[in-house]
Structure formats: structure tokens, C-alpha cells
Design a protein around this ligand. Sequence first.
Ligand SMILES: [Zn+2]
Length: 396
Amino acid sequence: MKKKIISTMVILTLFLVNAYPALAVTSQEYKQQADQAQENANKEKEKLEEVEGQLDSALQEVANVSDSIDKVEEEIGELTDKISKLDESIAAKQKDLDEKEVLLDERLSAAYMKGSNTYLDALLSGGIVNFVSNYDMIKQIAEYDNNLINEVKEVKASLESEKNKVQEAKVEKEKKSTELKSLKNEKQQKVNALTDEQKEIQNKIDEYDSQMNALKKKEKEQAAKEAAAAKAAAAKAAAAANQNKTTPGSSKAPSSKPSNTTGSSNGRFLWPVPSSRNITSPYGYRIHPIYGTKKLHAGVDIGAAGGANIVAADSGTVILSSWGYNGGYGNYIIISHGNGVTTRYAHCSNLYVKVGDTVSRGQVIAAVGSTGASTGNHCHFEVRINGESKQPLNYL
Ligand SMILES: [Zn+2]
């Protein structure tokens, strides 16, 4: 059950993190995500340190309780030895008593029935004349025997009472041992729980680390692409400038102030959907129509007929042209215009250019559609500078 929850969490985390790369494509965005993964990993590492500290002390507690149990068990062993030694002594005394009692019985019987050689010998030794005084003497001997028996009985009784005391002590120690064992059980369970927690956190750290490494790799790859695109754009701009020099009368570089008939040219960029000026959703924070969450709408939505032309807002290099859901963008294009400036065109029904293509200002690059996270035909248009989205209307 627990495992299932963990794996669901990992999958969710993967999903959330993997959902970003399609949304954010610049190397800077990859870097931000990699930094986030790093930060997440660091947070988990702090937790891990704390849990490992707790685990160390829990393990120490288990070790301490184990030592106490060993000690008590040793004491119980000693008491058991003592009891068996006392049992031996008591048995020996009992044997002594039995023998003495048998002897006394024999002597007494002999005194009356003349059946024993010891007492009988004593009785008859002085001849029949002394019989009576001998009889008195025998009685004294019997009394002496009886006293001896009583002494042994006393010793035996004191051994038995000692044995009882030792047995009581042993019972106490056994009780103590049982208590310590259940305490050890508790501590061990704590250790097990902390070990599980340690493993879970370590898994998360591994997960974040691998995410971070993957994102860093993507960042590197993307940075290389961007550098190549920027280089190509610069070379193109230089060529165009060169041509302008040798062609008197022509206008300036196409990116500055072109003579065009589509859209306004107040800003830097050309209006990307020549057939429509209808902004259906502005740039800024809004409740997302599909996700229902408040988040930055990073571009403007221009409502237009499906299949209507989308044109490049300025000349540049296509750095992304991707079919698919793409984290909600649907089929979309990113054009790099150099100096960290990019534009993107999303939810397209068709894409006419591919990565690496150079496009000119006003060139048809895609068709309006409703792919990805979209509720109707429109072009989602973004302007980003160094990966950060800007209000596109300031540039149109
Ligand atoms: Zn949009």
C-alpha cells in the first residue's frame, strides 16, 4: 500500500516535471527547471540528514536495550545456577536426613526389640547386670541422634528459604527481561519506520537528481541550438546589410522598418495573423479555460478561421517546429530573431516550416488551428526575451 502511494507520487512528480519541457523550451527555462530539481533534491537531502540523525539515535537506543537484556539474561543464568546448586545441597541434606532417620529407627528398634548389633552390642557389653544403666545410655545416644537430625533439618530449611529468595529474584529478573524485550521491540519498530523513511527520501533524491541531469543535458543541447540559430541569424543580417550597401535606394534591414502591407508596423513585429485582429484572450494572469488554475497567459490569443495563415512576425531561424500536444501548445513553432528574442505560434492545424529553416518577415509559416489545450481556432502568439514572456502588444 505504502509502496503504491510512493510510486504514484513519483509518477506524478515525473509527470509534472516532464510536462514542463514541452511548455518551456529555451535553454534558460531548462536551466530554471534543473535549478528547481536541484532545490527539491536539496530539500530532501536536508530531510534525509534529519531522519538519519533520528535513525542513529534510535539504533543507539536499540543497542542500549539489547545490552540491558544481555545483562539481565546473564543474571537470570547466574540465579538459575544458584538455584540448581541449592537444589543439590537440599537434596544432599535430605539424603543425610533419610540416612540418619533410618539409623535412628534401627537404634530405637534395637533398643526395644534387640534386633540391632550396634545398640544391642552396647546393651549387652556390660553383661545383664548393667542392662538397665546401658538402657539409659542408649536412650541418651538416641537423643543425641535426634538432635543431629534436627540440626540437619534446620540447615535444610534455611537452604530452602534461601532457594525461595533466589527464585523470587529470578522471577523479578524475568519480568524485567520481558519488559526490556518489549521495549526493544518498540525501538526496533521505530528503527524500521525510520529506515523506510530514509529509503523513500533517498528514492526521491535519486529521482530529482536524474531529472536534474536530464534537464541539464537538455539545457546544454538547447543552448547549442540557440547559439547556432543566433549565429545563422547574425550571418543573415550581415549578408542583408552587405546587400543593402551595394544596392542603393533599397530600404534598411528587414527587421527594422520594412515596407509591408499586412498589419500595423508600429512595433518591431508584424501582426502574426493577417486575416484577423480579434484578440480573444489577452496577455497576463487569468484563470486557464481548461486547467481552471490561475496562471500567466504568456501570449495573446488571436481568434481566426481554422486554416488561416500565420506569418513570421520577423525574419529569423526556426528553432522549434513540433507536432503533438506539447504540454498544451499543440502544434507550434518558435522562431529565434537573435539577441535572445523569440516568438512562438501555437495551436496550429498545420506547420509549414521545420527546425533550422530561415524565414523572412511575413512568410507564411503555419495555419490557424485548435490543437493542444485549446477550445477553439486561434493563434496563441508569444514574444519572449531571454526566455521571459513579454506583453506581445508592446512589440506589434
Ligand atoms: Zn493562448
